[in-house]
Design a protein around this ligand. Structure first.
Ligand code: ZN
Length: 285
């Protein structure tokens, strides 16, 4: 993943970064064709085959008129509430994206126990022109306040996840949605408080399983408390590995303290407590 696939969005005292995120989409299972009994003496059960239409939790086709999102004066296509694609997006890609959105909500909800944030708007680009218009040079980003992104034309005016899904190979775009959606929920939980960027990215990478940390096990940052995280990530040869180091740190902390302590930490930051007062010493460095 190149560095342009990450972005740091600075909002007041909040620093959010963006890139991929996890969420497998296993909710779609091909229907098994009904078997036809062939034995000559076996009565045929006339029960009709059960056909289960695909369901896409959290990303069902819109049932109400959607606020128009224009790209070059033409409306984007809403594939579910608040989720937009270019009108030229193929039916297969539309279905894959809906599955990715549904899978992302499932993944983040499973991690936190509950998805509490208002659902963000999502804009999925296929073409580079769309990408340039909506998200500038970025390929995946969560913009919590909906400001115009650097080098972009569009101003969302509301919390929005932007992803150029064609920039992510294979299932990576699905994982990216969960990574970004983790930012949404994490930010909502710590509210106007502040958490370090390494923590934000560590949680998102851990929950989203993206970037893929399978082979990225080396630690590059000596101490997240004192290092310039953004500067370290800006070295594109190490960027993913640094996200993965952050994910290992957050995972080690959760393993040692428990999930509830993490939820309490975010609530504590929202209540005005300092992050490191609640987090304590780093574990995995
Ligand atoms: Zn991120």
């Amino acid at each position: 993943m190149s560095i342009i696939q990450r972005v740091i969005v600075v909002t007041a005292s909040i620093v959010l970064a963006a890139c991929g995120g996890g969420g497998s989409s296993s909710s779609h299972v091909a229907a098994t064709p009904p078997t036809t009994p062939t034995g000559p003496t076996t009565p045929v059960d006339p029960m009709p085959p059960v056909v289960t239409p695909p369901t896409v939790a959290a990303c069902a086709a819109p049932t109400t008129n959607q606020a128009p999102v224009l790209f070059d004066k033409a409306p984007m296509l809403a594939i579910c509430d608040g989720v937009y694609v270019e009108p030229t997006t193929t039916a297969d890609d539309q279905l894959a994206l809906r599955q990715s959105v549904a899978g992302a909500y499932t993944t983040v909800t499973k991690f936190y126990g509950e998805f509490t944030a208002p659902h963000p708007q999502m804009i999925f680009c296929q073409t580079q022109a769309c990408r340039a218009y909506f998200m500038g040079s970025y390929a995946g980003v969560y913009s919590p306040l909906g400001f115009k992104l650097p080098n972009a034309t569009y101003t969302a005016g509301k919390p929005t996840i932007f992803i150029t899904y064609t920039s992510f190979v294979g299932q990576a775009h699905s994982l990216t949605v969960a990574h970004e959606l983790t930012h949404t929920e994490t930010l909502y939980r710590y509210g106007g408080g502040g958490v370090p960027s390494w923590f934000n990215e560590g949680i998102a990478t851990l929950v989203g399983s993206y970037p893929d940390c399978t082979s990225l096990t080396a630690n590059y940052v000596v101490d997240f408390r004192t290092a310039d995280f953004e500067a370290a990530v800006a070295d594109s040869s190490k960027g993913d590995a640094i996200y993965c180091q952050a994910a290992r740190e957050t995972n080690a902390w959760i393993t040692a303290n428990g999930k509830q302590k993490l939820i309490d930490l975010l609530a504590g930051v929202k209540a005005g407590n300092q992050f490191y007062t609640l987090y304590g010493n780093l574990i995995n460095h």
